[in-house]
Design a binder for this molecule. Structure first.
Ligand code: KG4
Ligand code: ZN
Length: 339
């Protein structure tokens, strides 16, 4: 299974199913032709992702999603040169649906396939289109499952400089939201309510961990104890102060993330910086990124909004990078849940 065409004409079908979004995308001639995402509403009522439901929904969605991506791109499967698929990290049951589908499609069609690392793909979403950062490039990856600072070196080699030792930044938003009686995922709602609140109204402890690593579990406990104490005094405390609480919690998380990114800039001397992952959609984080770049006479980069949360466009693009290097997958490759 070798590529027939030259690199610039490759048509790649990307498939993503690592968590609760089923997505398929076609990348061709240097641009995205389709990026179909089937989201799963069912988890909202449980206040978080139920892995068993996620896998079942992927099973329902995978064929219609891939068909829609090919149709929107105006291509048949026989016009695809490579299939790329998320191998991990993620939920095993979710990964298995997309990965097994991609391997099966590769086997039946004779089209080569490549494995893509979900975290690498989030970082590489900066290079799909729009303002493309020069290398080396420093990126803060913040999603529901991951928090890392990485440097993208020449040839797209990605080195991890620091990562969370417990919860991810998105998880901190979502768990804080649950304590504030907000539905899942709470990140976007906290973002909206924070716009109407005072970020200095309440102070929460920022976790203290070495170097460029992160920790969010202490913050979660600090919010919980604070709310328990206030609710004992006034049972309506959360409802009365919801905007200030959202603004203060968001400000604590964003300031912490940005302080680590600044540390990484000083350590590496790199001043081309970016954010990726679902939390990269956060408006305070986006503006803090620009202020940080300006402070260090650097340049800030944000991927397009639709490439921030889980999507297959980033998998198709990362797949292109791997196909160009002829880093093919094999039919005995297995998924992984953690890095
Ligand atoms: O990258 P993503 O779609 O999935 C994972 O790979 O985890 O990220 C989802 C996370 C959720 O925790 C969600 O609450 C958070 O991204 N998120 C936000 C915002 N939009 C999504 N967090 C803060 N502010 C936002 N505007
Ligand atoms: Zn993700």
């Amino acid at each position: 299974m070798e590529l027939a065409k030259n690199n610039s004409q490759l048509a790649i079908l990307g498939i993503e199913s690592s968590c609760d979004d089923t997505s398929a995308s076609v990348y061709m001639n240097g641009k995205i032709y389709s990026n179909v995402v089937a989201s799963q509403k069912i988890h909202e009522e449980f206040g978080g992702i139920v892995p068993e439901w996620a896998s079942r929904k992927h099973q329902q969605n995978i064929v219609p999603t891939v068909s829609a991506a090919l149709q929107q791109a105006g291509l048949g499967i026989d016009q695809i040169d490579g299939i790329s698929c998320t191998q991990g990290p993620g939920l095993m049951g979710s990964l298995l649906v997309g990965h097994s589908f991609a391997k099966g499609l590769s086997l039946s069609s004779g089209i080569p396939y490549v494995n893509v690392d979900h975290i690498d793909a989030h970082v590489l979403s900066h290079f799909i289109d729009g303002d493309i950062p020069p290398l080396p490039f420093l990126c803060l990856l913040v999603s529901g499952g991951h928090t890392q600072i990485v440097v993208v070196r020449h040839d797209f080699e990605i080195e991890i400089l620091g990562k969370t030792i417990d919860d991810a930044a998105g998880e901190a938003f979502d768990k804080a939201g649950k304590m504030l009686n907000l539905p899942y995922p709470a990140g976007p709602i906290i973002d909206q309510k924070a716009k109407m609140g005072d970020p200095e109204a309440f102070q929460f402890n920022t976790p203290n961990v070495a170097a460029l690593d992160f920790s969010f579990s202490g913050l979660k406990t600090s919010i919980l104890y604070f709310l328990q104490k206030e609710v004992r005094k006034d049972k309506d405390f959360v409802a009365k102060n919801i905007n200030d609480l959202c603004a203060s919690i968001q400000h604590t998380i964003v300031s912490y993330l940005v302080s680590k990114l600044e540390k990484a800039m000083k350590q590496t001397g790199i001043n081309h910086i970016g954010i990726a992952g679902g939390v990269a959609a956060n408006s305070e984080l986006r503006s803090a990124l620009h202020s940080l770049a300006a402070k260090h006479k650097g340049v800030a980069y944000e991927p397009k909004f639709e490439y921030c949360t889980d999507n297959a466009a980033m998998i198709a693009y990362a797949g292109k990078v791997k196909l160009e290097r002829k880093e093919y997958g094999t039919l005995t490759d297995v998924c992984f849940t953690r890095k």
